[in-house]
Design a protein around this ligand. Structure first.
Ligand code: UDP
Length: 326
């Protein structure tokens, strides 16, 4: 296939480009480099442009003539979305609208979109199944849910084929160290803990230890970015081949790990304890998020195979050392 990866200069996007190229597909990247990085675009040409620029998108689609699109170009920080909700509506919702209209106008029929466990809000039952009624509790989750609704609306109106992949906690890095996460600022647990043990983050803290969980810290379902990349390939293949026309699936492992457990694994993998204090809760953090994973296996034949927590931490640590030495 010939695949256009929008947001392919970012963390999950660049890992997916590598996996696509390795599977024999042709890859082009469209990215405005606002949060992505030019040096992470290694598996196909870069079209530098913004998703809100419909004319530039149409030019790119007419030139590349992709069989399908994988769309990662979204802002993804919960706290920022609470402080600056318009940014999330404009880019995540407005940008996706612009992509869907450009697809309609240029005859591109299939799209895979990053969605998130944040669409579920604070679910009553764990693990979370896809048929739970979504109830996001922050503008980030709301923007992703609206994106999903737009996909369904465009499918009804114009016959678009689509997949919304609801990620749980993306983690780890390319096992060969060619790409990984580089967020500015970094907000995620594992890279922040690695920065702390490397002496680069003096105020690292566990955000709350009074949750109703076994050790009082939040439980999350950490999924290796290589597993996410593989799921995107299966999803776009499934749409382009016509096997499915619409998919909404969780991508996780089905296993929850607490923040304290992650810090223990980091200490055992790196041989260094993570200096930390216990701080207050972060507003908007649900106590526990664990994926129900049966639907992804049933519809895509996909399940996590690289998401053992030691493997995740090992690959994240290798990437951290390589990238911070640059
Ligand atoms: N967390 C923490 N300290 C940090 C960053 C995150 O204790 O410096 C916690 C956070 O409260 C959550 C978990 O780690 O319970 C995962 O947070 P992350 O930001 O990595 O992902 P999220 O679950 O928000 O998507």
């Amino acid at each position: 296939m010939n695949i256009l990866v929008i947001g392919g200069a970012g963390y999950i996007g660049s890992n997916t480009c590598k996996a696509l190229a390795r599977a024999g597909h042709k890859v082009c990247v469209y990215d405005n480099l606002s949060t992505g990085h030019r040096d992470l675009v290694q598996w196909g040409p870069l079209y530098e442009g913004d998703i809100l620029d419909g004319a530039a998108l149409r030019r790119c689609l007419n030139e590349v003539r992709p069989d399908g699109i994988i769309h990662f170009a979204a802002f993804s920080q919960v706290g920022e979305s609470v402080r600056d909700p318009g940014k999330y509506v404009r880019n995540n919702v407005g940008g996706t609208l612009s992509i869907l209209e450009a697809m309609r106008d240029t005859g591109v029929g299939s799209i895979v979109v990053s969605s998130t466990a944040a669409v579920y809000g604070i679910p009553a039952v764990m693990p979370i199944l896809e048929d739970v009624v979504p109830a996001p509790i922050n503008p980030y989750g709301e923007s992703k849910l609206f994106m999903e609704w737009m996909l369904a609306d465009f499918a009804r109106a114009y016959g678009l084929r689509w997949a919304a992949l609801r990620y749980f906690n993306a983690a780890g890095a390319d096992p060969e160290g060619e790409t990984g996460e580089r967020h500015l600022p970094e907000t995620h647990l594992i890279p922040r803990a690695l920065m702390a043990l490397d002496g680069k983050l003096p105020d690292f803290h566990v955000m709350g230890d009074d949750y109703p969980t076994e050790d009082g810290t939040c439980i999350r379902d950490y999924i290796h970015v290589s597993d996410l990349a593989e799921a995107h390939i299966r999803a776009i293949e499934t749409l382009v081949s016509g096997r499915q026309a619409a998919l909404t699936v969780n991508l996780g492992t089905g296993c929850g790990l607490s923040v304290k457990r992650i810090l223990e694994v980091i200490a055992s993998v790196t041989g260094r304890a993570v200096p930390h204090t216990i701080g207050p809760r972060r507003p908007g953090d649900p106590p526990s998020l664990v994926a129900g994973v049966g639907k992804a296996f049933e519809l895509l034949g996909w399940k996590a195979t690289h998401s053992g927590v030691e493997e995740i931490v090992r690959d994240a640590w290798n990437w951290y050392r390589k990238d911070s030495a640059r």
